[in-house]
Design a protein around this ligand. Structure first.
Ligand code: HEC
Length: 144
């Protein structure tokens, strides 16, 4: 009987400790949720979510998605096959080759040719859904 009582009291002590740590975890989670909350909230259609800006998520999503691509993303995906290493002969690749092009036409000049295409360079480097601003960002990423 004595042994059983001891086991019971050990269990009680253990569960008290456990409860305390769960409580601490809850507090911690609440802090964490508060800190990351601004990143995103889900609002199901039809529910009343006053704090969620539904206008931003409806319509124009293609533009919003496109704007999220950085110049280096585009350069890596669409331009590096020719302007990267090894690339193709004739495509500027080194900082010196890029500098010579910038000196000859200026940044806006080479962005314009990149959009229209030149010799072995297809229009927009075949990134047909790239906007002009994205092409400029991609050129800036390439010439760095
Ligand atoms: C299929 C190969 C190929 C791809 C893909 C390609 N380029 Fe080019 N690019 C070239 C070649 C070749 C030249 C040099 C053309 C010449 O001057 O004869 C060139 C030249 C350029 C120039 C210099 C233009 C000038 O007026 O001197 C820029 C800027 C440029 N590319 C940007 C890009 C960007 C940005 C991308 C990706 C969105 C890209 N290129 C994708 C082959 C490519």
């Amino acid at each position: 009987m004595k042994v059983i009582m001891r086991i019971v009291s050990i269990c009680l002590a253990a569960s008290t400790l456990l409860a305390a740590s769960v409580y601490a975890a809850d507090e911690h989670d609440a802090d964490l949720i508060e800190r990351i909350k601004a990143v995103g909230e889900v609002c199901a259609a039809g529910s009343d979510c006053a704090s969620v800006n539904t206008a931003a998520s409806s319509g124009g999503s293609a533009d919003a998605g496109a704007a999220a691509r950085s110049g280096s993303d585009i350069a890596a995906k669409h331009c590096a096959m020719c302007h990267g290493n090894p690339g193709i002969p004739g495509a500027p690749r080194t900082p010196e080759e890029w500098q010579a092009r910038v000196d000859a036409k200026g940044l806006d000049g080479i962005v314009a040719t990149a959009i229209s295409g030149i010799n072995a360079m297809p229009p927009k480097g075949m990134c047909m859904d790239c906007t002009d601003a994205e092409m400029k960002a991609a050129v800036e990423a390439l010439i760095q």
